[in-house]
Each structure stands twice: as structure tokens, then as C-alpha cells.
Design a protein around this ligand. Structure first.
Ligand code: NAD
Length: 289
């Protein structure tokens, strides 16, 4: 039986409407809309596209968004000052610095400058540490989107074998942590992993987050597995594909995400959700003082 197609686009649309309803409630309760500020340094073409999508998604969800553009030659100090003023601006609930940054700006310094309460990307070490220790925090959008998709699919996670291929700080590692906390037994693979197929074939839930088209073939997938493809790769033909050989893996898997239309739209929906969560949590804390 061919795999069920996990429609991230339609799920993300539903979630964005829910965020929009929450944002309108927030406006009526607090007299201002939740706000997200995106900082774009330079004009990396892919970043331009991502930022445009993020800002447009905010508008549709009744979140006020501001795009701050800084020149590619901007100094680390200038960027830090911009972040500092946003950290103290009560109308800004979320701050997102679009990565990658120009080579002369250290990403770690910039990520650490964002107030953890406004870190809607969930990359700050305070949020990463809270995730690691199972405390409430802002979580990275892409892994969070994957977890919401699995939940929506009613995929059993408790005692399931989950294999995450890719171990970056923004996708693989936080996702592995979220799966672990949901009760899965998790294997994380990276570029040094030997016998990748032996690991991936164990997976009830297989996540590919590498950035290599065709890495996951049908032979590497256990029949009946749920396969989530986080990868985004642009082929020379211009076609957008993931890391999974979709056509052939779909014959083996129980359910599979497409690229595009799978994890990608969920990432933006989670950014909006994180912005609302950040706004509501600060408002709640203020109501207690
Ligand atoms: P990254 O380059 O930071 O990390 C890639 C990881 O894959 C590393 O841990 C590396 O060790 C591992 N790896 C490389 N080759 C491997 C191999 N042969 N076998 C096993 N592991 C291997 O990338 P990233 O930022 O985590 O992104 C991964 C992919 O996900 C990219 O295609 C990226 O475009 C995509 N992505 C998609 C979204 C989305 O919203 N859908 C968001 C973020 C990233």
C-alpha cells in the first residue's frame, strides 16, 4: 500500500489560523498586537526569500512584523546595539536574526545577545539548555514543527525507535531531544556514522535532516515507518527536493512528508506560534507583578 502523504502545508494553514485567532484575542486583551522583528544582514538571495515569507505570514496571522535591514558590511557592535534596543522594546515579543550572517560577524555572539524570552528561533543556549533538561522554553521552529506533525498523525512515540539523520544545533540535535522526551528511543546519525542503513532500518520514525538529495533510499527504510524529510535541496534543474528518494520510499513507508509542502510550511507556522507564546508568557508574568 502506498504511504500516506503528510500534508504539512494544510496543517500549517490550520495552525496559522489558530495563531491568528490568538493574536486577535491578545490585541483585545492587551491593547497591542504581538510583534516580531526580523533582522536581515546583507542580501543573501535565499535569506531574502525566507524573510519575505516570514513577514507575509505574520501579517496574515495578525502579528505586527518589522524587517530591519542592515548592510552586509555592518559591524558586530551595530548589530548588537540593534538587538539590545529590541530586547528592551515592550512592543517586540520575538526577535529573529536571519542566518547565515556575513563571515565577519560571529553567530554565537549574536544568538547569545537576544533575550531568551524573545528568542523565537529557540537557538539561545538558555533555551537549548532548558530543552535539554525538559523545562518550558522557546523551541527551535523546524524540530517543533516535526513534533507537531507527528502528533497530528497520531504517531506513537512512546517506546518507538526514532532515528534522526543529521545532528545540527538547529534541527537534528533539538529534534532528537524532543523525541527522547516524548519517550522514543533515539539514535542520532551524522556524517561520520558507519553503516547508516543499518541504523535507519531500525526506525519506526525516520527523520532526514542533512541536505543531500537522495540520501535516504527505499532499502534504508523499514516497511511501515513514518518518514519525515527536513532536507531542502535545489537541483541543477531548479527542482526542489528533500533528502529522501520520495517516489521509492513512499512505496515502503506508512507515511511520508513531501518536499516542498511538508516540514517547510510547518517551520513558519511554529515561528508564529513561538511569537504568540513569547507574547503571552511575558504578559502573564507582568500580570502577576
Ligand atoms: P547542517 O549542514 O548544519 O547539518 C547537517 C548534518 O548532517 C550534520 O550534522 C552532518 O554531520 C550530517 N550529515 C552530513 N552528511 C551526512 C551523511 N552522509 N550521513 C549522515 N549525516 C550526515 O544542516 P541543517 O541546518 O541541520 O539542515 C539540514 C537540511 O535541512 C538542509 O537541507 C536544510 O536546508 C534543511 N532545513 C530545512 C528546514 C525547513 O524548514 N524545512 C529548516 C532548516 C533546515
Amino acid at each position: 500500500m502506498p504511504a500516506q502523504f503528510i500534508d504539512g502545508k494544510s496543517l500549517a494553514e490550520t495552525l496559522r489560523q489558530q495563531v491568528g485567532d490568538r493574536a486577535k484575542r491578545f490585541l483585545s486583551q492587551h491593547g497591542r498586537a504581538p510583534g516580531l522583528t526580523v533582522i536581515l544582514v546583507g542580501n543573501n538571495p535565499a535569506s531574502e526569500v525566507y524573510v519575505r515569507h516570514k513577514v507575509a505570514a505574520c501579517e496574515k496571522a495578525s502579528i505586527v512584523s518589522e524587517l530591519i535591514r542592515l548592510d552586509a558590511s555592518c559591524s558586530t557592535e551595530a548589530l548588537l546595539q540593534t538587538i539590545q534596543s529590541l530586547n528592551t522594546n515592550p512592543n517586540v515579543d520575538g526577535i529573529l536574526v536571519q542566518l547565515p550572517l556575513p563571515g565577519h560577524i560571529p553567530e554565537k555572539t549574536i544568538i547569545e545577545a537576544i533575550s531568551p524570552n524573545k528568542d523565537v528561533d529557540g537557538f539561545h543556549p538558555v533555551n537549548a539548555g532548558a530543552l535539554f533538561t525538559g523545562q518550558p522554553c522557546l523551541k527551535p521552529c523546524t524540530p517543533l514543527g516535526v513534533m507537531v506533525m507527528l502528533d497530528h498523525q497520531k504517531t506513537p512515540l512512546r517506546a518507538a525507535e526514532a532515528v534522526v539523520v543529521g545532528a545540527s544545533n538547529i534541527v537534528g540535535k533539538p529534534l532528537a531531544m524532543m523525541l527522547l522526551q516524548a519517550g522514543a528511543t533515539v539514535t542520532i546519525c551524522n556524517s561520520k556514522t558507519q553503516n547508516l542503513e543499518e541504523k535507519t532500518r531500525r526506525a519506526d520514525i525516520l527523520i532526514a535532516a542533512v541536505g543531500r538529495p537522495g540520501l535516504i533510499t527505499a532499502e534504508m527504510v523499514k516497511p511501515g515507518a513514518v518518514v519525515i524529510d527536513v532536507g531542502i535541496n535545489r537541483l541543477a534543474s531548479g527542482k526542489l527536493v528533500g533528502d529522501v528518494d520520495f517516489e521509492n520510499v513512499a512505496r515502503v513507508a506508512k507515511a511520508i512528508t513531501p518536499v516542498p509542502g511538508g516540514v517547510g510550511p510547518m517551520t513558519i507556522a511554529m515561528l508564529l506560534q513561538n511569537t504568540l507564546d513569547a507574547a503571552e508568557s511575558v504578559a502573564h508574568a507582568q500580570s502577576l507583578t
